[in-house]
Design a protein around this ligand. Structure first.
Ligand code: PRP
Length: 212
């Protein structure tokens, strides 16, 4: 009998797609995709256990081995730099990391540019690469209101459809980089549960090829 493999899934906007992918590869776990409030689900036949975590926590579960693999955005991997293997680009949750602000916002004021963001490392690295001094203001959500209320000059955030920017009268000022969702693995699991991790990876790759 093979070992169990555990999969950390991101709750929220990516959740449905992530659960759908597990279903597609034959690793669906019962009521996972059916709106249950439970957080851990099992597929005893294929010995798969999956659980919902906050998207920003998925990499921590994987890094520390509480999950063998996980589904996580490249934004979080770049920001948190967890010690995990990135196995493949799942081509879902495709969006862009942007600098945005009010139309005509001055990106070169006579003081450090105030940047509100959930991604302080990405923001710091981006502006450092342009030799622009910034004052990072770390927020946890609803970043778009920061320039509207005068808390910051600009924001660094992900833009998917652009609706949030548009509905708050903000515009893209600069593009930092494209983002998509990745399959990651714990380094010890990759070594000691190699068959299981590679089997999951090959099922995922086959599903992606079929979609393409
Ligand atoms: C993300 C992001 C933007 C929004 C962009 O926020 O921080 O606010 O989505 O999406 P759009 O371009 O499709 O409008 P999220 O919904 O994760 O909520 P948060 O503000 O609480 O982080």
């Amino acid at each position: 009998m093979c070992e169990w493999i555990s999969v950390a899934l991101p709750k929220g906007r990516l959740g449905e797609k992530a659960a759908g992918l597990l279903e597609t590869i034959g690793y669906g776990c019962g009521a996972l995709a059916k709106g249950s409030r439970a957080l851990i689900f099992e597929n005893p036949k294929n010995r798969v256990r999956c659980f919902w975590a906050k998207p920003s926590d998925v990499a921590i579960y994987v890094e520390r081995g509480a999950a063998d693999v996980g589904i996580v955005g490249k934004d979080i991997l770049l920001e948190e730099q967890p010690d995990v293997y990135e196995l493949c680009d799942l081509k879902m949750g495709v969006c862009r990391m942007m600098v945005a602000g009010k139309k005509g916002a001055d990106l070169n004021p006579d003081r450090p540019l105030r940047v509100a963001t959930k991604f302080p490392r990405i923001a710091a690295e981006y502006f450092a690469s342009r030799s622009r001094e910034i004052d990072v203001i770390k927020l946890n959500g609803s970043i778009e209101i920061a320039p509207l209320l005068g808390l910051s000059d600009v924001i660094v955030d992900i833009v998917e459809t652009g609706t949030t920017l548009k509905e708050n009268d903000l515009v893209v000022l600069e593009e930092i980089l494209p983002i998509s969702t990745r399959l990651v693995a714990n380094k010890v699991s990759y070594k000691f549960k190699n068959d299981r991790v590679l089997e999951l990876l090959s099922r995922v790759r086959a599903a992606l090829e079929e979609q393409a």
